[in-house]
Design a protein around this ligand. Structure first.
Ligand SMILES: [Zn+2]
Length: 217
C-alpha cells in the first residue's frame, strides 16, 4: 500500500525529519480538530548515553500534542514517537525532535505563541481561549517562564501588568524596555512589598541607571 505523504510545510513543522502520514478531521469533546498523524522518517543512529551505535527501537508511543490553529481549525498532532534501547549500556531514550518537549502535551511552537500572547494585555483565560488551552496550562507555562534570568534594568523602564482570572497568580507584572520592546523580567505580583523587595535586591548602580518609568496604559 502506498502512503500519501503530506508536505510538512502544511503544518509548518520545523523538524523537517518529521512527515505527515495523513490528516483527518476529528471531533473530540465537541471540538472539531484537524489532526495530523506524524512520524519520523529517519531513525536515530547512536545512544545518547554512551554513543554506541547498537541501538534498537524498543517501542512506539503515540503522543497527542496540542498545536497551533490552522486556517481557523484547532489542530492536534498525533506523533508516533520511537523509544530506543541501547544494547551496550541498556539505557532507553526517546527519539529526538524539536516538535515537543518530554512529558509535554503542547508543541514547542504553541509555547512560543503562548508567551507572545502573554505579552499582550489580556487575561490568562483569554490566552487559553485563543490557543484552545486550559487556563491552568497557560498559567503553568507562564510560571515556568518566570524562572528565566532577568535582563539588566534599562534607562527607560516600562511597567505593565495583566490580570489573571483565577489561579494563585492574580496579577503579573512585566518590566520591559520600551525602546527595544524586550522583556526585562516578569514578576508574579504587583504588590508594593513584593516590588520593594525585588528592587532592593538589584545593585544600586543598576537601579540608579533607571531614569524614567513609563506606564504604557
Ligand atoms: Zn548506550
Amino acid at each position: 500500500m502506498s502512503i500519501n505523504y503530506y508536505n510538512t510545510d502544511f503544518f509548518r513543522l520545523q523538524d523537517k525529519t518529521l512527515c505527515i502520514e495523513k490528516i483527518t478531521e476529528e471531533t473530540i469533546d465537541d471540538i472539531k480538530y484537524l489532526v495530523a498523524y506524524v512520524n519520523r522518517i529517519k531513525t536515530d543512529s547512536f545512544c545518547v548515553e554512551c554513543g554506541s551505535t547498537s541501538i534498537v527501537v524498543n517501542s512506539y508511543y503515540v503522543r497527542t500534542i496540542k498545536y497551533l490553529d490552522i486556517a481557523g481549525y484547532n489542530s492536534l498532532i498525533k506523533y508516533n514517537q520511537r523509544r530506543y534501547k541501547c544494547k551496550d549500556c541498556g539505557k532507553t531514550f526517546n527519539e529526538k525532535t524539536n516538535l515537543v518537549e518530554r512529558h509535554s502535551t503542547i508543541s514547542n511552537l504553541t509555547k512560543v505563541k503562548l508567551l507572545e500572547e502573554c505579552r499582550i494585555k489580556q487575561s490568562f483565560k483569554d490566552v487559553g481561549k485563543r490557543l484552545n488551552l486550559s487556563t491552568t496550562t497557560v498559567l503553568n507555562e507562564f510560571k515556568d517562564h518566570l524562572s528565566i534570568s532577568r535582563n539588566k534594568l534599562t534607562e527607560i523602564l516600562c511597567f505593565d501588568e495583566f490580570k489573571a482570572t483565577n489561579g494563585e497568580i492574580k496579577y503579573a507584572f512585566i518590566l520591559g524596555d520600551p525602546l527595544s520592546g524586550e522583556i526585562v523580567d516578569i514578576l508574579p505580583s504587583r504588590q508594593q512589598e513584593f516590588l520593594y523587595d525585588y528592587f532592593n535586591k538589584v545593585s544600586d548602580e543598576e537601579r540608579f541607571n533607571v531614569k524614567y518609568i513609563i506606564d504604557p496604559w
